[in-house]
Design a protein around this ligand. Sequence first.
Ligand code: RET
Length: 287
Amino acid sequence: MEALIEMLGNATFENYVGAAEGYTEMAYQMSAHVLTLGFAIMLAGLLYFVLTIKTVAPKYRTSSVLSGVVMVSAFLLLYVQSQNWTSAMVYDADTARYVLGDGNDLFNNGYRYLNWLIDVPMLLFQILFVVTLTKSDFSSIRNQFWFSGTAMILTGYVGQFYEVTNPTLFFVWGFISTIFFVHILILMKRVISEGKEGAPPKAQKYLGYIWVLFLFSWMLYPGAYLMPYLTMTLDPVLSETLVVGRHITYTIADVSSKVIYGIFLTLAAQEMSKAEGYDYETMKNAL
Ligand code: RET
């Protein structure tokens, strides 16, 4: 391990596995496939948000626009992330494994974190364009979402560099990040509860789903952060299963927190539009 640390420093643990034992065909390919699936879904999502924009009344359309922005940025990032995986690992015919190539870029999840800097504020703002707040102030919530969202990501970004080399720093930065995360959860709970008041029953149902989906999908990100430590030891575990698990976790989290979330917001906005006399199914008052 010492020799590996000397060679790889603060590289993420995917590189350590690649340098130590390398990846079996199955682990390497499953990772490559799930990363590809991730960016393909973002492009499909973009099509959905563009094509459904007129099914909601004009005042709700900013939500679809923000989903579109998220789809484009996530598509580009996830494409780069997938290329990063295939260029960092090379096939070694002697051992029949994919190993860390020399001379190429190392693999790094940092691209994801920087993409979240765009997507997290967009996803948080998005719901504010669908619900009507009864007590809280729109700009105050928006600013708090922005502040805590950015702080959560930047502190986590610093922490993830230490996932192999310095567990103490890794957990300290992770803990600071979690404080901002808890603040976001409290704000979101408040936004959804206020949004439900006065919303038509079907829209209330969708807002209920959105809260559960939000909790589940956003929790997967800290889960992926902790993945190298999942076996309850205080040392990171170098295992290809955990690497594949991390790629799969990120993909499920991305699809749920960006695409499915956006779809539920569209469905809620359609119900609200109908209640206000804008019914896309009959298009009586379509603009
Ligand atoms: C980090 C660091 C460890 C502690 C916590 C984290 C939370 C990350 C979250 C990210 C959400 C990202 C989304 C992206 C969508 O594009 C930074 C991993 C709590 C919640 C929704």
